[in-house]
Design a protein around this ligand. Structure first.
Ligand SMILES: [Zn+2]
Length: 277
């Protein structure tokens, strides 16, 4: 077992985010080192091992297979919903959750719940709400859900993969009930005042700025998926203009298998009372 520094406060509201204790693999006694504790995804006492240099995407739960970033999402979902780390991820009766993926440990933990919705993006030839091989297709920039119909939206490293991420945020705002929340992760650089737009649509075709970036894609593993935006502080301003109250969680919870110098999860809340406009 690793000797880990004591826990720190989780949520920071100053910029740039102070790095959490270092946990780079080069600092480990051995790459085989593991953590142990309650997995916030499955709620079971588990080992977290097989960390790699890509900390966010590794360190797999011996019970459910979740990796670090999925546990970060689950930690914020549980904590903001008043749930402890142990036990099934069971939200209050009637809570409508919309997950923007149909695979993975978080989907497995939630998919038995009533009022659970999930989708993938299969391409612009489909209409939002359409079933594709039994799975729902949704374009976050044009959702098929009714206004004020959802309590919690989950998206983890999704918003960077579309040309108009703030159109997607506006759509999520529209479908959330008052008091509802969008819990999400995106690639975020707190030293950037403005978003780093890597690609954009100009006159109907994609124009790239600098080198093309791709991330792995569970729906199209052989292709990867284009990164359009690395987000900066501009994201806070744009979300506030949409009407969200935005909170950033800078997590460090080794007892839940959550480590890394910048484990950032964002929680955008649609206020209970809309200000007059
Ligand atoms: Zn687990």
């Amino acid at each position: 077992m690793l000797a880990l520094p004591p826990r720190r406060a989780q949520t920071r509201s100053v910029f740039p985010f102070a790095p959490q204790p270092d946990f780079e693999p080069s600092g480990l006694a051995s790459i085989e080192d593991r953590l142990h504790g309650a997995c916030p995804v499955c709620g079971v006492d588990s080992d977290f091992d097989r960390f790699t240099s890509n900390l966010r995407e590794s360190g797999f739960c011996s019970s459910c297979g979740s990796f670090n970033r999925q546990r970060q999402m689950a930690h914020v979902l549980r904590t903001s919903s008043g749930l402890l780390a142990h036990g099934k991820l069971a939200l209050a009766n009637g809570t409508v959750v919309y997950n923007t993926e149909t695979t993975g440990a978080m989907h497995q933990a939630l998919c038995g719940s009533d009022n659970y919705l999930c989708s993938e993006y299969f391409g612009d030839q489909f209409e939002s709400g359409q079933l594709v091989d039994g799975r729902r297709h949704e374009d976050l920039q044009q959702l098929s859900f009714a206004d004020s119909s959802i309590d919690i939206v989950l998206s983890s490293d999704v918003l960077e993969h579309m040309p108009e991420p703030y159109k997607a945020h506006s759509e999520i705002f529209r479908v959330l009930r008052r008091g509802g929340r969008h819990i999400f992760t995106v690639p975020f650089n707190s030293h950037l005042p403005l978003d780093d737009v890597r690609a954009e649509i100009v006159d109907g075709s994609i124009r790239y700025r600098g080198e093309k970036l791709y991330h792995g894609d569970p729906v199209r593993p052989e292709e990867g998926i284009l990164v359009w935006t690395i987000f900066g502080l501009e994201m806070f301003v744009r979300l506030a203009r949409i009407g969200f109250e935005l909170k950033a969680w800078n997590l460090y919870e080794p007892g839940e298998g959550i480590v890394g110098s910048h484990s950032l999860v964002f929680e955008a809340r649609k206020p209970e009372i809309q200000p007059d406009t």
